[in-house]
Design a protein around this ligand. Structure first.
Ligand code: IMP
Ligand code: MG
Length: 184
């Protein structure tokens, strides 16, 4: 039995559906930006990494990738407190460049609000946001999202970059966590 089995309530988005949607997003982004745009994809670590890799390969324009690691103070397994900090900053300067942030999931919106404010202070030529998953029912702060893979209900999910206590990011699908199987 695979080690994730007991935590999996159901597969929410299977591999084929994920890959098809990522290809659509890549095509849309390729159409929206010009080939001379100085485009840089910024992956929010760690959750965005699988999505970033697949999305980057679907974008038919020259672009760079960079990585930003953020975390929340006093964060429980299933809650964001709203106090977000940078754990690892970008390697590149984004001033006057076209920045597209690539995130796994937007829940309360606190993490992305913080990231957007940090990026805006660096004066990019443009700033857009692409998230694989969106949980609109949990939103606490309003943020404009330019590209969304899937809108999902308020369920805790894992796989395809999203972790369950730091594990199972490698799963090729997005699954709903069986909360009864978690240690209390
Ligand atoms: P927000 O700041 O509340 O929008 O939370 C966003 C962050 O919380 C994401 O980048 C994820 O790391 C994490 N997160 C939110 N919902 C889930 C989930 O269902 N599974 C795994 N991680 C999640
Ligand atoms: Mg994340």
């Amino acid at each position: 039995m695979p080690p994730y089995d007991k935590y999996l309530q159901e597969i929410l988005i299977d591999e084929q559906t994920l890959q098809k949607r990522v290809a659509e997003l890549g095509a849309q982004i390729s159409a929206d930006y010009g080939e001379h745009d100085d485009l840089v994809l910024i992956c929010i670590l760690k959750g965005g990494v699988m999505f970033l890799v697949d999305l980057s390969r679907q974008i038919e324009l020259p672009h760079e990738v960079d990585f930003l690691a953020v975390s929340s103070y006093g964060k429980g397994v299933r809650e964001t407190t709203g106090n977000v900090r940078i754990d690892m900053d970008l390697g590149s300067n984004v001033t006057n460049r076209h920045v597209l942030i690539v995130e796994d999931i937007i829940d309360s919106g606190e993490t992305l609000r913080f990231v957007m404010d940090v990026m805006l202070a660096r004066h990019p030529a443009s700033l857009k946001l692409c998230t694989l998953l969106n949980k609109p029912s949990r939103r606490r702060v309003n943020i404009p999202i330019d590209y969304v893979g899937f809108e999902i209900e308020n369920k805790f999910v894992f796989g395809y970059g999203l972790d369950l206590d730091e594990k199972f990011r490698n799963l090729r699908f997005v699954g709903v966590v069986n909360l009864d199987a978690l240690p209390k």
